[in-house]
Design a protein around this ligand. Sequence first.
Ligand code: NDP
Ligand code: HSE
Length: 427
Amino acid sequence: MNPVRVALLGCGTVGADVVRLLNEQAADLTARIGAPLQLVGIAVRRPARDRGDLPVDPALFTTDALDLVKRDDVDIVVEVVGGIEPARTWLVEALHRGKSVVTANKALLAEDGPTLHQAAVDGRADLYYEASVAGAIPLLRPLRESLHGDRITRVTGIVNGTTNFILSSMDATGAGFSEALDEATALGYAEADPTADVEGFDAAAKAAILASLAFHTRIRAADVYREGITEVSAADVASAKAMGCTIKLLCLAERSGDAVSVRVHPAMIPRTHPLASVSDAFNAVFVEAEAAGQLMFYGRGAGGAPTASAVLGDIVAVARNRLAGVRAASESAYADLRVRPIGEATTRYHISLDVSDRAGVLAAVAGVFAKHGVSIATVHQSGRGNEAVLVIVTHRAKDAALAATVAELRSLDIVRSVASVLRVEGE
Ligand code: NDP
Ligand code: HSE
């Protein structure tokens, strides 16, 4: 049996576990594929780096990833480096040369997925990227294959483990954001620079990939409305609890008519919602489809071994395709739906205001909501001497109307500050 030859780009957290699994599962993988997998090269930045007891021949390491992907003795290129360039150059080169590509690179797919898909078509090669969203959870294959006979209406997910760990910790202990971030860093969940996670960039990239597959439309990271969790306070978490809710960083992709809206932001969800019980660094994605109804996918969204599991699944799939002389269906973007701006999105809102506690204040505040057509569902006031905290929850309203309401509230003398504005989802 001729081996299927694999080049690995990157041997860090994920790549090292890909090497381990390739080694440990070699016999089973051979049986499942019908030919052995052979690792023929590993591109890294620092070949002399201590890689512990990694079961690999040091002679396989190179710093020249581009040279590796061009080699004639490479059938499959597995990219677990990350970032836009030079990863895009390597993968386009590989695909143009007819080599199948497996990647976990959500940033690149969300930034410039169409270029990779086109290169796959041009080179008649496979492009698989299951590990790019929600780590170990089989999610992209169900979206791009199993649910292709149905019409997906909404995808709601917790797709960032770091922020879910932080928000779960704030919910459990009453800690503030900074304290919970420090804990996440100390336990190794948050990276040294947590910006991509806590500001929602990582979740927005994943939202773009999910929405593209769910709605057969090219959605890029720039199309995704994004807010992170840095402004979520201990008071917000307490207020959510008082309403029977918890706060999660959600990715939401919804179809209505011939348009989609895709957004990532913190939101209150009822504790009875299936996503509310997803705690620590776990991920979960809730898919709603017209015929299938509600589906939930749950598991580990990050970490070396869970992510490597998804990478290995893709390697097996593309290796089998190569041996069978076929390739998977190419990108499905025929629907080409319009992307709604955030102002057109509708949801409920939880607004917390610090106000003066005197006659006419509540009426004036209510008048601003009425002026912008935002209907109030509940109001709760707690006094503090001459001041009060007003917590207002609205009925469903357009984001643009709510934004105009908040802007006008900020201009009122009686409103000392708009302490927080959070969306309420999942009801
Ligand atoms: P790491 O930072 O741990 O590893 C990156 C690897 O890439 C290292 O081996 C590094 O080499 C190598 N590398 C960096 N620059 C170059 C270069 N110019 N040429 C060749 N090799 C290079 O990243 P992760 O393993 O955590 O992540 C890899 C990918 O997987 C990213 O796209 C990430 O978004 C994605 N992902 C990661 C998850 C996770 O839990 N970590 C989960 C899901 C997806 P060296 O070892 O010498 O430093
Ligand atoms: N930083 C990401 C997370 C890794 O926390 O979920 C997985 O993509």
